[in-house]
Design a protein around this ligand. Structure first.
Ligand code: AMP
Length: 189
């Protein structure tokens, strides 16, 4: 089993690369953002609760996120592993993930961080806004808030995995295929 965290700010390309990685390595894509959007489309209580935070680009509370992830992991214990996309986004979530995995005799193999500067991220998110219905992509203030939340609350998660010697960083600017090949070379190392 291979468990990989694809890390990086909003707009770094985590979703795009995850979709390619799950096909190549036959992994489960565990995107917390996608899980919340599915809940929201189905108008579940959880989805409506998450929406209050998502619409403004704030983080959904850890307890909700952790329960959602644990459920998805337990449903897929027989898989080849997971690509975690958009999770963990706080150090508390990282600690909870480690505990969940240990309980099931699993570990994170590596974190791969996609490095993209803010200017490029904003351009990409604005482009995505033209084709997506995501409310949080649609306005500059929300995009800026998401980038600030990332720096303040999510970036420290990388130190957690640095300390565990699992951290790898690659340049997230370039063609989708070039970036994909760089990610694969880290996984296949
Ligand atoms: P994403 O699709 O990963 O960009 O996530 C969209 C939104 O969902 C984020 O801006 C947060 O509001 C919420 N979200 C997704 N994943 C998490 C997480 N791990 N922790 C807290 N909030 C999250």
């Amino acid at each position: 089993m291979k468990n990989i965290i694809l890390f990086g700010p909003p707009g770094a390309g985590k979703g795009t690369q995850s979709n390619k990685l799950i096909q190549k390595y036959n992994l489960i894509h565990l995107s917390t953002g996608d899980l919340f959007r599915i809940h929201l489309n189905n108008k579940t209580e959880l989805g409506l609760e998450a929406k209050k935070f998502m619409d403004n680009g704030n983080l959904v509370p850890d307890s909700i996120v952790i329960n959602t992830v644990e459920k998805k992991i337990l449903e897929n214990l027989n898989s080849n592993g997971f690509i975690f996309d958009g999770f963990p986004r706080t150090v508390n979530q990282a600690i909870a993930l480690d505990q969940m995995l240990v309980k099931n005799n699993l570990i994170i193999d590596l974190m791969i961080a996609l490095n993209v500067n803010d200017e490029e991220l904003k351009e990409r998110i604005k482009k995505r806004a033209l084709v997506s219905s995501r409310i949080d992509d649609q306005n500059e203030e929300k995009i800026n808030n998401r980038l600030q939340v990332y720096t303040k609350e999510t970036l420290p998660v990388s130190n957690h995995y640095r300390k565990l010697d699992k951290y790898n960083e690659i340049n997230g600017i370039g063609s989708i295929d070039d970036i994909f090949n760089k990610i694969c070379s880290k996984i296949d190392k």
